[in-house]
Unconditional design. Structure first.
Lengths: 420, 183
């Protein structure tokens, strides 16, 4: 049930607007959980023309999913064979066991060279994932860089007006499709983060009218409360090896400090010890450093410290009076964060080598940036007309997209890792 | 309460195809709050099927059943200026009245819920909401209310009192709510 409308403008930077209605299929009466509108607001000036023809004998809309993925990347313009440099054709077949096999070919129409001749198979329920994996293969082959179509995102959605809000934790494919609610509550849910293996989410829930951090397996919904100490339990961040969580706890007097919790032993160590607010920790990809927000210098700025007792934090951000909520790129070289420009909060990236800061977003209340696992894109939350929306921007700043929810506020997107 | 759990379990069971709710394991040791099942985890039986919905689970209503004296009725919220946890003289006077009320009703406890407006990052705002709750806690403490009768929780910007992106909404959302309960 996908209503796809695409419009190409005539400008040199082709602007593609696709309105996608995503329906959530429920066992009990079907109900719409999210309607996302994908709106590419800017793109590269010379996208590669490619044709993806409908797959033969396809019980699904595999080609449509691939077209949407490639168009959304901003690197391709999807059209007919006669106007394209590349062509994808395919055929599907259903085995006796019900599994779908996809045979597909990618051809360079200019040279006639067949670049890919491949076959993958998938359970019927995973056909969409197969389409994402085919998209990744096409992107890798033509662009020469890894893409993250076959990954997942999590985010928080809020429905209802105060004081009767309903909070939902939602997991979806990276294109926003295939969304499903994995937790709902009448009290706030926040700070979802994926485990490095992509199987679990850690998050904060106020369901007991006190804050606690839970770890939930996405597939089984089995959940474990890993931190429910008196006071604040907030801002969980998984270590790269998945064994520890950095998190924010408060003292009896309400002072916030960054701690590290060993998930197996429960051993807790305190990393910061300062009367300022120290929070929003995140690990460097090599696990040797924690980056976090602290207002020890007055306003919030980002600091770095080793994940150990008695660490001596070093200040990292110096441009502007408000820099918070750090995230580090997979290669460890870029620091994404929220920065204030005038009265607007925007997504910025600081080069950790030379200190250069680039502001990538244009909203008034942009927040919660997170890198895609390939490092090429940032997902973040924005506000439009008192409504939360999700957006992505390429780290080079060229491609900005909006994932607009027609129902409820969406916020706090978290992009999951590559899946095996 | 027990009835709520039963109803919740029934609703959940029906909607997830009679799977029982997955257990919550507590490995955190020192949880003090009573567990109210106002959140529902939902299994994804097949990783890609995702065809599960779930019903609303009941929970306690805000503990506002405590009847307040006329001078305090409708005066259980303290408002703050932008980026501030400072209490005005009027706030101090109001909190003194609350402290007198608590002195007269030794069975009462109060939960101080700190909130911010939506500007700034969410987790940092948890810290700012906590500062406001702690400012009210200290003021009540100075008026003689025992620490053991006061609890704080910061919701940051997660539970606005009013939706909206303008200063009028922001001003109503920068607040500490005093939530009384018995026992």
């Amino acid at each position: 049930m996908i209503d796809l409308r695409c419009r190409f403008s005539s400008s040199s930077a082709r602007v593609l607007t696709c309105a996608l209605l995503f329906f959530f299929v429920a066992l009990a009466p079907p109900r719409v959980v999210a309607q996302l509108q994908v709106d590419i607001t800017s793109g590269v000036t010379a996208p590669i023309p490619i044709a993806i023809e409908d797959f033969t004998d396809d019980p699904q809309t595999t080609a449509t999913v691939i077209r949407q993925n490639l168009a959304r990347s901003g690197r391709f313009s999807v059209g007919v064979r006669t106007a394209s440099d590349y062509l994808v054709i395919g055929r599907t077949s259903i085995g006796a066991d019900g599994r779908i096999t996809f045979n597909y070919e990618l051809t360079n129409l200019l040279t006639g060279q067949r670049l890919l001749v491949e076959r993958i198979s998938a359970a019927p329920t995973a056909w969409r994932n197969a389409a994402h994996r085919i998209s990744d293969r096409i992107h890798q082959t033509i662009i020469g860089a890894r893409s993250a179509f076959a990954t997942r995102i999590a985010y928080v959605s809020v429905e209802g007006a105060p004081p009767a809000q309903r909070y939902q934790l939602i997991v979806a494919d990276a294109d926003g499709e295939n969304s499903r609610v994995i937790l709902q509550s009448r009290l706030p849910l926040m700070s979802p983060v994926w485990s490095p293996d992509g199987e679990s989410l850690a998050y904060v829930s106020f369901e007991t009218r006190a804050a606690a951090i839970y770890v939930q397996k996405v597939r089984t919904a089995e959940r474990r409360r890993v931190s429910g100490r008196a006071g604040i339990n907030n801002a969980p961040a998984w270590s790269p090896d998945g064994r520890r969580l950095a998190l924010t706890l408060s003292s009896a007097g309400g002072n916030l400090d960054v701690h590290v919790l060993d998930l197996a032993s429960g051993e807790l160590l305190r990393v910061t010890d300062h009367p300022a607010i120290d929070t929003e920790p995140v690990w460097s990809p090599d696990g040797t450093q924690l980056y976090f927000t602290s207002d020890r210098a007055g306003g919030p700025q980002i600091y770095r410290a080793a994940p150990e007792v008695g660490a001596r934090p070093q200040r990292i951000t110096f441009t502007g009076a408000y820099n918070a909520r750090p995230r580090i790129s997979p290669d460890g070289r870029q620091l994404a964060h929220v920065t204030r420009e005038g009265s607007a909060y925007r997504i910025a990236v600081q080069d950790l080598g030379n200190g250069t800061v680039r502001v990538l977003s244009k909203g008034r209340q942009d927040e919660s940036p997170g890198f895609s696992p390939d490092g090429g894109t940032l997902i973040f939350a924005a506000r439009e007309r008192a409504q939360g929306v999700l957006a992505t921007v390429s780290v080079d700043g060229l491609i900005l997209q909006r994932l607009q929810s027609a129902r409820g506020d969406v916020r706090e997107p978290a992009w999951g890792p590559f899946l095996p | 309460m027990t009835r709520n759990i039963l109803v919740a379990a029934l609703v959940l069971g029906l909607l997830v195809g009679c799977k029982s709710a997955p257990p919550v394991t507590d490995s955190s040791g020192s949880m003090t709050a009573k567990s109210e099942p106002s959140a529902t985890a939902i299994a994804q039986p097949d990783d890609s099927a995702g065809a599960v919905s779930a019903g609303e689970v009941g929970g306690e209503m805000d503990g506002r059943a405590v009847v307040l004296p006329a001078e305090l009725a409708g005066r259980t919220i303290i408002y703050f200026a932008f980026d501030s946890d400072a209490l005005s003289n009027d706030d101090q006077a109001l909190l003194a009245a609350h402290a007198r009320f608590m002195a007269s009703r030794s069975n009462l406890r109060v939960r101080l819920e700190g909130h911010t407006d939506e500007r700034g990052t969410r987790e940092y705002n948890i810290g700012l909401g906590e500062r406001r709750a702690q400012a009210v806690r200290r003021a009540l403490g100075l008026q003689g209310v025992a620490e053991s009768r006061l609890a704080t929780v910061s919701y940051g910007e997660e539970r606005p009192a009013e939706a909206g992106d303008d200063e009028s909404a922001f001003a109503k959302n920068r607040r500490v709510e005093l939530i009384y309960s018995e026992g």
